[in-house]
Write a protein that binds this ligand. Structure first.
Ligand SMILES: [Zn+2]
Length: 283
């Protein structure tokens, strides 16, 4: 019984070998190789031209040939010859060279090359997908860095915070004020402003709710001013860039609370102060 079973397996193995490279192995090979030749890293899909479709020039080359007489032949089990482990993605030129000169290109060298190439491609994918934020072309850096402008109304706070992608808020600290109650008051305001910024998209359809939000912010701002705390803010346009996604615009909302006695407060031209939400248009 044992002998019959062994013969059946061998027949089965030959059938698998005759089927060729499976879709699954092919997909793994192409994706892990990033669609590039493992030797010269040339792209293996030629772009479409006007009237012509893309051309696939990549070749799934055998590390150990299917035929025992072929390049590097006879070094692995026939059942494994078409598996991903025995394939390397190459351009036609490099495929021709490695098969014509198998002594210069032994199986171990090709396996090593493939592993190095796939590790490089994986790292490249990760690098590409890293998201970064860059300045919007219509919103150049202001001279003197990014001066935050004085804010005196709830509507100004709303315009800076509403729908922003990122929030940069700065409060007071105990050392500056010597009064923990003031510090807490400042933090509460910043939290309120940020909360409104985050829910702004949900309530912007309702004029009444937006008006209430601006009034609440304005009242809180007035209370801060009575306690000697001034608000400064700025909204900047930014572009969010990722490796695989189209660039998207987002806004940075800057809001800071400062003691009115702080020597860092300086005078700026009136037109810039008039509308902090549009500060990027200031000269
Ligand atoms: Zn190549």
């Amino acid at each position: 019984m044992a002998a019959t079973f062994a013969v059946d397996l061998l027949v089965f193995a030959r059938i698998i070998a005759a089927v060729g490279i499976s879709d699954r192995d092919r997909k793994i090979l192409w994706s892990r190789s990033h669609g590039l030749c493992a030797i010269c890293r040339k792209p293996l899909v030629a772009d479409a031209t006007e009237g012509d479709r893309e051309a696939v020039v990549g070749q799934e080359a055998h590390i150990v040939a299917r035929s025992t007489d072929g390049p590097r032949g006879g070094q692995i089990d026939q059942a494994l010859v078409d598996c991903y482990d025995n394939l390397v993605l190459l351009c036609p030129d490099d495929h021709t060279i490695v098969d014509a000169q198998p002594k210069a290109w032994p199986a171990e060298k090709l396996r090593q090359l493939k592993a190095q190439h796939e590790a490089w491609a994986k790292k490249k994918l990760v690098d590409d997908s890293q998201i970064r934020v860059v300045p919007h072309p219509d919103d150049p850096e202001l001279p003197g860095g990014n001066p935050l402008l004085r804010i005196t109304t709830g509507a100004q706070v709303w315009d800076i915070m509403a729908g922003a992608g990122r929030y940069w808020v700065t409060g007071l600290d105990d050392e500056d004020t010597g009064d923990p109650e003031l510090v807490d008051l400042a933090d509460e305001f910043l939290q309120l402003a940020r909360d409104y910024g985050e829910i702004s998209r949900d309530i912007e359809e309702s004029l009444g709710q937006v008006r209430n939000a601006k009034r609440t912010l304005g009242t809180a701002l007035g209370e801060l001013e009575r306690r000697g705390i001034l608000a400064f803010g700025l909204r900047r346009r930014r572009i969010l860039k990722g490796g695989h996604l189209p660039p998207a615009e987002l806004a940075d909302a800057h809001l800071a609370l400062v003691l009115s006695s702080n020597p860092a407060i300086m005078e700026v031209p009136v037109e810039a102060e008039a509308d902090p939400g549009l500060a990027e248009q200031a000269d």
